[in-house]
Design a protein around this ligand. Structure first.
Ligand SMILES: [Fe+2]
Length: 241
């Protein structure tokens, strides 16, 4: 199990003016070359923000695609033929080859979770424009006893390395069952709102907002518990073999 709070990670710039802190990057979970270099299939996971009144510089992905989740604030996404308003809970799948710009025309920072995945040789994007969807629009599922699951994006939407991106809600005083995973995987839980207890193998950690936990393949089992009186909401992404 690897745990990092986004504020403990170094700040860098992406897309010109988005200030980001990269929480996890590709590496080796058993022997990371630097802190957070533990993902096996996904290039990086970061939390970033764009200040009010600021736009990012136009950006094009080559050989990779990005998934953004609007964790707070509002703004716009602009491409050559689209200007899309953005609100909290919106997610964007940005395929390779599409120039895009973020505009924060609001009064507060536009907060983004940013996933980067490389696209294999010969990869054909499902569509040549960004896919924008609010997690609340997708059907609600249930898993592991108490996880209320909105699928944000799946393989059918055109994910390359990722299999699924979810928003998971656990109501107050509810617990998931303990379950294990197969060998070739990345699985990360990022606390968006609320807090809970994450039991991974023999370790117990409190997941406060802004904390990401990666469950490694060698962990025999894990479960999340909402021990509080408030809902717990987590952004989740995974690659499975
Ligand atoms: Fe799991």
């Amino acid at each position: 199990m690897d745990k990092r709070h986004w504020l403990d990670c170094p700040a860098t710039l992406t897309h010109g003016n988005i200030i980001q802190r990269v929480i996890f990057t590709k590496g080796d979970p058993e022997n990371p070359c630097r802190e957070g270099a533990i993902l096996r299939f996904i290039d990086s996971f970061a939390r970033g923000y764009l200040e009010p009144g600021v736009s990012s510089t136009p950006h094009v992905n080559q050989g990779l695609q990005e998934i953004f989740f609007v964790a707070g604030g509002s703004g716009k996404l602009a491409t050559a033929n689209l200007e899309q308003p953005l609100a909290e809970g919106d997610a964007i799948l940005m395929p390779p080859g599409v120039e895009h710009t973020f505009v924060n025309d609001g009064q507060v920072p536009l907060e983004l979770l940013i996933l980067v995945e490389s696209t294999p040789r010969g990869f054909r994007p499902k569509q040549k424009k960004p896919l924008v969807r609010n997690y609340r629009e997708s059907a609600l599922g249930q898993g592991h006893w108490a996880y209320l699951v909105h699928q944000i994006f799946g393989k059918d939407d055109g994910l390359a390395q990722l299999h699924v991106v979810l928003l998971v809600r656990i109501e107050p005083l509810q617990t998931g069952d303990i379950h294990g995973h197969g060998p070739d995987m990345d699985e990360v839980w990022y606390t968006w709102k609320g807090q809970g207890i994450h039991v991974v193998s023999q370790e117990v950690c409190v997941q406060t907002p802004g904390t990401a936990v990666s469950v490694s393949a060698s962990d025999p089992g894990h479960s999340l518990i909402n021990h509080t009186e408030e809902p717990l909401q987590l952004f989740y992404f995974a690659h499975y073999a």
